[in-house]
Ligand binder design. Structure first.
Ligand SMILES: [Zn+2]
Ligand SMILES: [Zn+2]
Length: 430
């Protein structure tokens, strides 16, 4: 989209798909990317993990999964042709492909986003798509104003299903452009989203690029409601409680932690979750349970070899580590965080009658979250585990979005994250 010829927006991803946001904003000679995420939909057209996975950035470019851009990537010798990248949050469909960018290009993001991406990079040390080594991170907080050439960018916090999410107000040589990133008004911190909406309105923007994930299906719920549901489920379970939730969703982790505690149980988190928690705990702005809390245990999966960071965690928290045998013995005392890829552990745990499984995720934080329902159900059926669903979306609901867009009153609206034409027409006509 071009207006007054000075300012333009180019969408390299995020249109007609959920995630993969890569939005280039050009203003006179200045170029910035708003998010640079991995597109699950595009990648799935060609790859099937783990056996058919991309080997190099060249394959990703050849297949159009990584856009062909000059002077932007680390494998391109030319000088940087893009001035900066701004990441709205750490979900990999918004951030992961900074893995490939020229290390001279600064990447601006919230402190929490930087922490999560660095932890993710450490955990997936050999992965092509999660390499953030030497990335030139520049972190910001709400209230900061960043100048890139003549562009002034204001990050303002929003509430989302991962901590450290921001929207941006970009003051271009014409007028302001607003990018919401992913956000919601029904989470645990709606006031952060209101702050953003207020600032966006004040800027009287010429364009609003908004997320619009939940347009075709929506349900009204809240984290408090999720917590109530969890409390009922855990309270009625006499055996082991198994739970699958995104490991960087701190709100959800807190909900499970509090529910476990209230019901006299411990929450056994994975080594990955524990490692993430340890890193995020350093951020005083986040309410993250302490690893020293006696209600937190760490579940060690059975495997032959552990990575370096896993070994360190096992050593450092030896008194907190539980394995399949201990979980098996202490079933009624534990809520065990378990992803789809851990289901093999059930053989040795052997859940007793009266155990259950709670699915509490649907956001694409990583590929592991793309749950294969058919196989999951087969496993649960095999062990006679009833399945519960307790989740609230990380994304704004349709009518709330309509009100917010009305309030911001941008002259143009660009919905990303979904094929939106029909839905938006119906929204505007009412
Ligand atoms: Zn997203
Ligand atoms: Zn997100």
């Amino acid at each position: 989209m071009n207006w007054k010829l000075n300012t333009s927006l180019t969408f390299y991803g995020g249109v007609d798909e959920i995630g993969g946001n890569k939005i280039l904003l050009q203003d006179r000679g200045t170029k910035i990317f708003l998010d640079f995420g991995m597109s699950f939909a595009l990648k799935k057209q060609y790859y099937s993990l783990p056996f058919l996975s991309p080997r190099s950035e060249k394959s990703l470019q050849e297949l159009g999964i990584l856009p062909k851009l000059e002077g932007f990537y680390r494998f391109d010798d030319r000088t940087a042709g893009v001035d900066a990248v701004f990441l709205s949050h750490a979900h990999i469909d918004h951030s992961a492909y900074i893995s490939f960018i020229n290390r001279e290009i600064p990447v601006y993001c919230g402190e929490t986003t930087k922490t999560i991406l660095q932890v993710l990079g450490e955990m997936c040390a050999t992965a092509l798509e999660f390499d953030v080594e030497d990335v030139l991170f520049r972190s910001f907080r709400t209230g900061d104003s960043i100048t890139v050439d003549g562009l002034e960018i204001e990050p303002v916090h929003v509430d989302h299903s991962v901590p450290g999410a921001y929207g941006f107000i970009i003051h271009t040589s014409n007028d302001a452009v607003v990018y919401t990133g992913d956000f919601r008004a029904h989470g645990t911190k709606p006031e952060m989203t209101s702050d953003f909406v207020g600032k966006a309105k004040e800027a009287d923007p010429v364009a609003v690029v908004t997320e619009a994930t939940n347009m075709t299906g929506a349900s009204i719920s809240s984290e408090a409601e999720v917590r109530n549901k969890l409390n009922v489920i855990v309270g009625q379970t006499s055996g082991l409680v198994l739970a699958d939730f995104a490991y960087a969703d701190i709100d959800r982790l807190n909900s499970f932690y509090r529910t476990a505690k209230k019901n006299g149980r411990c929450l056994a988190i994975s080594l990955r979750q524990a490692y993430m928690l340890k890193a995020l705990r350093k951020d005083k702005h986040l309410k993250v349970p302490s690893m020293g809390d006696e209600s937190i245990l760490i579940f060690r999966k059975s495997k032959k070899r552990y990575r370096k960071w896993e070994k360190q965690m096992i050593e450092e928290y030896s008194d907190k580590i539980v394995d399949v045998f201990e979980v098996s013995k202490r079933q009624r005392e534990i809520v065990l965080a378990m992803s789809f890829y851990d289901l093999e552990e059930l053989m040795k745990i052997n859940p007793k009658a009266g155990s259950c499984y709670i699915l509490s995720a649907s956001e694409p934080f990583n590929e592991e979250m793309e749950i294969d329902f058919e196989r999951l159900v087969n496993w649960l059926r095999h062990y006679g585990l009833p399945q519960y669903y307790a989740h609230v979306s990380g994304h704004i609901m349709p009518l709330q979005l309509k009100n917010i867009l009305g309030e911001i009153n941008g002259r143009k609206v660009f919905p990303v994250h979904r094929s939106m034409r029909i839905c938006l027409l119906s929204l505007w006509e009412t």
